[in-house]
Design a protein around this ligand. Structure first.
Ligand code: MFK
Length: 567
């Protein structure tokens, strides 16, 4: 007897198949530039379903291994990584995944081009995007704070397209004392014979095979005293190996056994007199390294969107192939509702993440206004925190839409659920970033620029079909402004307790304005079968609760404490 065999979901060229990416690039990038870069994007769209996908599989199938000793008992602390992982490094250089953002051949559009590539690359890459994110952030740090020595050596390697020259960077912030509360770090820097040496334990060192790292340490004075808190930390540049390839007084204790991102070697390592170079002068280390982590937070947002897009592509294709109860899944009304909801979430997330990318490009090319810089500052944590949560939900839903097959490792789908969970943790948790939104408001006065940005965008939307939606969003903007005034009156406890709901509301109204802007543009510039998709997505987005605010007065906070702690 011949038993039934289910046809597997199949990915098409990931650029060709991505109507939103193509439409967005057509809207944002001048046509002569797009004509130049499109063949490259198409080529990568094909590679991520062929050779790059295979490299990712290999990296995931052969997880990194730490070899502490050689056969003779010599301490070597060698991290062995898969062939695929090494090839992904090479491909990243050749494809210019970091370089494009720094060579700036297309001025401020270079960042959009680069992140379009990152977005295509990520879901096939066993999250090689993590070292690339830190590398990008480190290159930016050097641009902002580096001296000639750093600009001459590491910067050139970090931004190289030559695989033989390309370096990646780590970002060692987390210590046992705190992942969020970085200011409690214990690592110290001692001046020994005119050179800083670091002593301390770094607890989550991602991509520990990188050539360099940016890290934080507290400089000891001649009496061994240090300045406590985050301002007492200084930023240091570390080269992991000496000219003989030996680790520079670094002991790798073990690799982390993580839920996901399992191809990525994340280490616990001890600095035992590691030579280090001070970057940007002593102190204010957290402030300085924020330049780096604001970049990795943008990578995180783009990664979230890319995961959503990949699993939806699989679930959509599967819906045409899988028959249940005598009909294809694509013919079941309830299944369509689930797919449609995912698509709306993804489209919203896409616009938010790529708007931040666009602002980053403008800032770095010195064409951003002061208001745009403030909007970039506040939208960076918002985009990171909001898209990560969306990705966790959408990936989970899409796997459910594929059913038991989606839950299997060897269909290559289950891993997305393992990997997606970290996106709301590393580079700042949802709560830490919700509080960072308030830091941006208090320190950079970023609230009004964001509100003005949203309002100006809404005002430009003139298409009659979209007018009722514009009015809905304008009302939501007013609610957020009223809530903001209330926050200022209520004080810090109220601000903190409501910060997540406030950040979500800011995310949703920003997305509403962006998705409407795209819908209006598409109505004029895209054929009907395409522009309809964006108008409906805009309508569905605006039908959501755009302001999921909570009002935590003292009675509310007491109740929350009762529920949270039984106290
Ligand atoms: C695939 C996608 C990407 C993958 C990359 C993954 C790699 C993972 C590797 C990791 O390292 S994960 C660990 C990442 N860790 C974090 O992201 C830390 C999360 N915690 C925070 O962000 C806390 O909010 C923070 C450490 C910043 C709190 O520190 P403080 O010192 O208690 O806060 P404070 O005093 O408000 O800020 C100190 C200074 O930094 C202030 O400047 P001033 O000295 O001028 O007053 C702040 O304004 C500034 N600052 C803080 N956050 C900033 C910032 N400036 C700009 N942007 C920010 N986001």
């Amino acid at each position: 007897m011949e038993y039934f065999i289910q046809e597997a979901p199949k990915l098409k060229n990931q650029y060709e198949d991505d109507i939103l990416l193509k439409s967005y690039l057509k809207k944002e990038i001048p046509s002569e530039i797009l004509a130049e870069i499109e063949p490259d994007l198409r080529n990568l769209g094909e590679r991520v379903i062929t050779d790059i996908l295979e490299m990712g599989h290999d990296a995931e199938a052969h997880e990194p291994e730490l070899i502490n000793f050689d056969a003779w008992g010599n301490r070597i602390d060698e991290i062995r990584v898969a062939r695929g992982w090494k090839e992904l490094d090479k491909v990243s250089a050749e494809e210019g995944l970091v370089s494009i953002g720094f060579k700036r051949k297309y001025n401020e559009y270079s960042r959009i081009y680069q992140f379009a590539k990152i977005y295509l690359f990520t879901p096939s890459s066993a999250i090689y995007t993590c070292p690339l994110a830190m590398t990008d952030g480190a290159a930016r740090l050097i641009e902002v704070y580096g001296d000639d020595e750093l600009k001459n050596e590491p910067y050139k390697h970090l931004t190289s397209r030559d695989p033989a020259e390309f370096w990646t960077s780590g970002q060692w912030m987390t210590e046992r004392t705190g992942g969020s509360d970085v200011g409690t770090a214990e690592t110290v820097a001692r001046l020994e014979n005119g050179e800083y040496r670091l002593y301390g334990l770094k607890w989550f060192a991602s991509a520990a095979t990188s050539q360099i790292a940016m890290t934080l340490a507290r400089i000891e004075d001649e009496n061994g005293n240090v300045v406590e808190g985050s301002r007492g930390l200084s930023l240091f540049y570390v080269k992991l190996r000496d000219e003989n390839g030996k680790l520079n007084n670094i002991i790798i204790h073990r690799l982390k056994d993580k839920l996901g991102t399992r191809a990525l070697p994340t280490a616990e390592l001890e600095l035992v007199g590691t030579p280090a170079k001070l970057v940007g002068g002593p102190g204010k280390g957290v402030k300085k390294i924020a330049t780096l982590f604001n970049i990795t937070r943008i990578y995180n947002a783009v990664t979230s969107v890319s995961f959503m897009r990949r699993v939806i592509a699989l679930a959509r294709d599967y819906s045409f192939k899988r028959v249940a109860f005598k009909k294809k899944l694509s013919e079941h009304p309830l299944h369509l509702e689930a797919l449609a909801d995912m698509e709306v979430e993804y489209q919203g997330a896409f616009h938010l993440a790529f708007y931040v990318v666009k602002l980053l490009g403008k800032e770095e090319c010195n064409v951003a206004t002061e208001d745009e810089k403030a909007v970039l500052r506040i939208l960076t944590p918002i985009a990171k925190l909001y898209t990560a949560k969306q990705a966790i939900n959408v990936v989970s839903e899409a796997i459910e839409a594929i059913g038991g097959a989606g839950y299997l490792e060897d269909t290559d789908i289950a891993k997305y659920l393992r990997d997606v969970q970290v996106l709301s943790i590393w580079e700042g948790t949802t709560n830490v970033l919700s509080l960072d939104v308030w830091r941006a408001i208090k320190k950079e006065n970023a609230f009004n620029p964001l509100m003005n940005d949203i309002k100006a965008r809404l005002q430009k939307i003139k298409h009659p079909e979209l007018q009722p939606l514009v009015e809905t969003v304008q009302k939501a903007v007013k609610r957020v402004e009223t809530f903001f005034s209330q926050c200022l009156k209520e004080g810090q406890e109220f601000i903190e307790a409501s910060a997540r709901s406030f950040a979500y509301s800011l995310a949703r109204i920003t997305i509403a304005s962006l998705i409407l802007e795209h819908a209006e543009w598409a109505l004029k510039n895209e054929p009907e079968n395409i522009h309809k998709i964006y108008s409906v997505a805009a309508k569905r987005w605006c039908q959501k609760d755009l302001t999921p605010l909570i009002f935590p007065n003292s009675a509310h906070q007491k109740e929350s404490k009762l529920l949270a702690l039984y106290q």
